[in-house]
Design a protein. Sequence first.
Length: 222
Amino acid sequence: MKTLALVNQKGGSGKTTAALNLAAALAELGRRVLVVDTDRQASAHRWAMARDGAAPRPVHRLPVEDEGGARHFSAELRRLAAGRRAGIVLVDCPPGLPTAAIAALLVADLALIPVTPSPLDLWALEDALGMVAEARKARGGKLPRVGLVPSRLIAGTTLARDLPETLESFGEPVAPSIGQRIAIAESAIAGQTIGEYQPGSKGHEEFQALARWTVEAVKGGP
Ligand SMILES: Nc1ncnc2c1ncn2[C@@H]1O[C@H](COP(=O)(O)OP(=O)(O)OP(=O)(O)O)[C@@H](O)[C@H]1O
Ligand SMILES: [Mg+2]
């Protein structure tokens, strides 16, 4: 089982959107995926429930609000993944208080950090990478690996063009970018993934590229 954590203390960077659309794109590649929603706002879980009549999505709520919850997190994840026979677990973390993110980073193979083109996000990225460094130290190795995901890029803007290069300077691998697309926001409102809402669209292709990148990034041992 491989565990991917979507983390960023900064709100609205695209963690939940990435968790759900990446899960769908990984499923397209034939992977059995489970999304674990650790956010008390339960956005991922609500999105999964927004589909009238359709088969339930593999999204499970597991809020981590205190040290106790964090202590049982790893065992709970394994139990949930085994129950679903999931090969990949995607953990969607909340913004703000870092308890859930720390718990997720202590078990994750890969931390995906969506970053939008804003100085606020770059400062938050320093915090997130600080947490990754702590987790690596606690685990005595190189895990979690990191993928910086340029997120919500507005086409044709200098900020969007420069972000991937700016992210390179943080010394961690940079994943394929996700554009700011109306269809991605609309698909969430409809309780769908971009691949369901607009199959073959640019947004769908972006998440497919991110899924392929992710599969490569978690290949092999630590
Ligand atoms: N690529 C995108 N294109 C268009 N809209 C997007 C995109 N990514 C995210 N959004 C929209 O931006 C808002 C924030 O996205 P999302 O909820 O995924 O961020 P988050 O990091 O999970 O936020 P939080 O920190 O509050 O959990 C949502 O309204 C979502 O629909
Ligand atoms: Mg979220």
